[in-house]
Design a protein around this ligand. Structure first.
Ligand SMILES: Nc1ncnc2c1ncn2[C@@H]1O[C@H](COP(=O)(O)OP(=O)(O)OP(=O)(O)O)[C@@H](O)[C@H]1O
Ligand SMILES: Nc1ccn([C@H]2C[C@H](O)[C@@H](COP(=O)(O)O)O2)c(=O)n1
Length: 667
């Protein structure tokens, strides 16, 4: 996951490859709760591992459920409709799929509970569900504002004779919550009557299908009346698989529809969800086809490609009632940027009470790209920028809403080739923690659009420390090019090749079996991190680095580090030779005394013996060699910014680099 303040996505050009989707959030949280309420043990496979499912699992554990989790497989020993814990404070985060059904189940089972969440959860309505539960005799108080969490639940006297009336036009989760809770008390037939037009019906279909898997056969008359038969009892199905998240699929369906295919690939293949999906958002496929996408499906996979020019590309604008795909419809709003004409998405009032007011959020962020957007109580109308030159870009606010973040990543295909900044990208953890990694794995940018920051300078100036920290702040990859010279010298010595034999060392360097993992370096699978960090290894590296053949041999390997979303590289010739077109070049230096002292402290802290004087002598000798060699000598690039950090802390040095970087960005 990109745990950074913002993520800059370079302009993207192409897409192709296979994406395996994480499990559906809606199915995962329903199944986890049903498993907890059932008799017997349920093993749930392919569960979504995310913030919202973590909230549900934590609550179930607090309620006395035995939960075993291994990767995306969760085994739950069901409570059989009996609570082991009758008193608890449960934190629901911003997970509506946990808050609503747990409120209903705990209110009916009795006990004293408090359910709260993050501030946005306390702005999301729950009054219609509370009203329905109060009709049943459940004890519920509002602890904050009337109609909103947090809630206090306490035992009441249940009255189950009269039909229960619940509103269906604000959130279908209220009905889902009742459908999942009422089988716990179905001593006789229990009827639910829906008031108002039921929105998001596909989610009710998911609920009914899953209830059936757990032994509850709800009878439905239209979408207005539901009956839970007397004697209903939850029974574990034993094993159950969660299908991939159809709402998450929408981003990759859209990707296939708007991106030119990468060489050798037939667009995007999505695994985990397909024509047999029980999720309503699978019907996003129909909307994407209407806009021009080519989509083939099997039972549990999809393949998407962009239409030919004039036959699906550019996309066609649509005017669509989106009641059946409320979450995935947000993706259509971004696809509208690539459509000819004005797209209207209707019947989306529920967007206003989701993680944020999604209509307002989408309108505000779409305008940053130059789109003309009109919003109404339950619709949004989007006209894209009139021409490539009318496109703009911006820093996208994500409102702690995972879907806003994921949708707007697709704006990086803009024809003006502008980068897009996603603020707080880690909000995708709610449903798809590795979304951006998955996106970058199947997208391509033109090579010179992938940003590179070069940090060159003499020995022990702090290049590595600075480069690694800057890379971490930006979510970029990091290249320690010095390690490659160290490894070449190390591997050559091990193979009995003289360090003076340029061709011999180059032969080794050309096929270095190297792997970086965090701060560790592996050569042919062996951890050599410490072995290549000695002063002697540094001197050996300096020697082999003077051979032009060795430098040429390592060039391709270094270029390979330039990957999405960007790179910070440190060394001696990053800005002058390896990445001459880099967007930012820094020449980092410090006085020889300061550098010797830093290296001295570094060596001593690792238990090595050294004297300050000998270290200073060694590093000056190494610098002299690196600066005087013919091939790619150490020197500042003509366009490098000079940074002397003799009296600058590490934090201030990083801040300076980030400030320079920000200054070069269009946000
Ligand atoms: N601004 C700074 N102030 C004080 N100490 C620093 C500063 N920058 C780096 N250091 C410390 O200096 C030591 C050397 O830093 P680092 O290994 O990053 O240098 P380097 O330039 O990459 O060295 P080399 O050329 O040998 O690879 C480390 O212990 C690091 O923590
Ligand atoms: N881009 C680079 C990086 C390193 N070298 C050589 C010269 C250095 O003395 C030696 C070790 O580098 P360090 O790990 O100390 O950064 O490798 C080079 O020539 N070009």
């Amino acid at each position: 996951m990109f745990d950074v303040e913002y993520l800059d996505i370079p302009p993207l050009a192409k897409a192709g490859g296979t994406v395996r989707l994480p499990g559906s959030k809606s199915i995962s949280n329903r199944v986890l709760l049903l498993a907890a309420l059932s008799h017997g043990k349920t093993t749930v496979h392919d569960v979504l591992v995310s913030d919202d499912t973590a909230v549900m699992l934590a609550a179930l554990k607090q309620l006395g459920c035995s939960v075993q989790k291994k990767g995306d497989t969760v085994s739950i020993e069901g409570l059989g409709g009996q609570l082991l814990t009758k008193k608890a404070s449960l934190f629901m985060g911003n997970a509506g799929t946990a808050m609503r059904p747990l409120t209903a189940a705990l209110a009916l089972l009795g006990g004293e509970f408090e359910l709260s969440g993050i501030p946005r959860m306390h702005e999301r309505p729950i009054g219609d569900l509370v009203d329905a539960l109060r009709q049943l005799g459940c004890g519920i108080d509002y602890l904050g504002n009337e109609g909103f969490p947090p809630l206090r639940l306490y035992p009441g006297t249940l009255k189950l004779d009269a039909p229960i009336r619940v509103r269906g036009d604000v959130s279908s989760q209220f009905l889902t919550a009742l459908l999942m809770a009422l089988p716990l008390v179905a001593v006789h037939d229990i009827r639910i009557e829906v008031i108002g037009e039921l929105i998001s019906r596909p989610y009710i279909e998911i609920t009914l299908k899953l209830l059936k898997r757990f032994g509850i056969d709800v009878q439905r008359e239209g979408w207005e009346r539901f009956t839970i038969p007397a004697g209903s009892q939850y029974r574990s199905p034993g094993e159950i698989h969660v299908e991939g998240d159809a709402s998450s699929a929408s981003y990759f369906i859209a990707l296939g529809a708007i991106a030119a295919p990468t060489k050798g690939q037939k667009g995007i293949k999505i695994l985990g969800v397909g024509a047999d999906s029980i999720q309503g958002d699978i019907r996003f496929v129909e909307a994407a086809r209407m806009m021009g996408a080519h989509i083939d499906s099997t039972a549990n996979s999809l393949r998407i490609s962009r239409g030919k020019p004039g036959e699906g590309w550019p996309l066609k604008a649509i005017d669509l009632d989106c009641n059946h795909i409320p979450d995935a419809a947000m993706t259509l709003a971004v696809m509208a940027l690539y459509a000819e004409g004005t797209t209207v998405l209707r019947n989306i009032a529920s967007w206003r009470v989701k993680e944020t007011d999604r209509i307002a959020a989408m309108a505000c962020e779409l305008r940053k790209f130059g789109a003309t957007v009109e919003e109404g109580a339950d619709y949004i109308r989007i006209t894209p920028p009139a021409s490539p030159s009318a496109w703009a870009t911006g820093a996208i606010h994500t409102y702690d809403d995972h879907r806003v973040a994921m949708c707007f990543s697709l704006a990086a295909f803009n024809p003006a080739q502008l980068p897009v900044r996603i603020l707080d990208p880690k909000c995708v953890a709610k449903t798809f923690p590795d979304y951006f990694e998955a996106l970058f794995a199947v997208t391509e940018a033109e090579n010179d659009h992938i940003p590179v920051i070069c940090i060159d300078g003499p020995t022990a100036s702090g290049k590595g420390t600075l480069a690694a920290l800057a890379a971490h702040r930006l979510g970029y990859h990091y290249l320690d090019s010095g390690a490659l010279y160290r490894l070449s010298a190390f591997a050559a010595a091990q193979a009995g090749i003289s360090l003076d034999d340029g061709d011999g060392v180059a032969g080794i360097a050309r096929t270095l079996p190297v792997r970086f993992k965090g701060e560790k370096v592996f050569l042919d699978g062996k951890d050599v991190s410490d072995a290549i960090r000695t002063e002697a290894a540094g001197m050996a590296a300096s020697k082999v680095s003077a051979h032009p053949q060795v430098r040429t041999a390592l060039l391709e390997l270094q270029h390979g580090f330039r990957c999405l979303p960007g790179l910070v590289a440190d060394g001696r010739d990053m800005g002058t030779v390896v990445f001459p077109g880099a967007q930012l070049k820094i020449y980092l230096t410090a006085s020889a005394e300061h550098r010797a002292e830093r290296r001295y402290k570094q060596l001593i802290s690792k238990g090595n013996s050294a004297t300050l004087a000998s270290i200073q002598q060694d590093l000056e000798a190494r610098d002299a060699r690196d600066m005087s060699r013919k091939a790619a000598p150490l020197k500042p690039a003509d366009d490098a910014k000079l940074l002397d950090n003799s009296y600058l802390s590490i934090e201030n040095s990083v801040d300076q680099v980030i400030e320079w970087w920000q200054g070069s960005r269009p946000f």
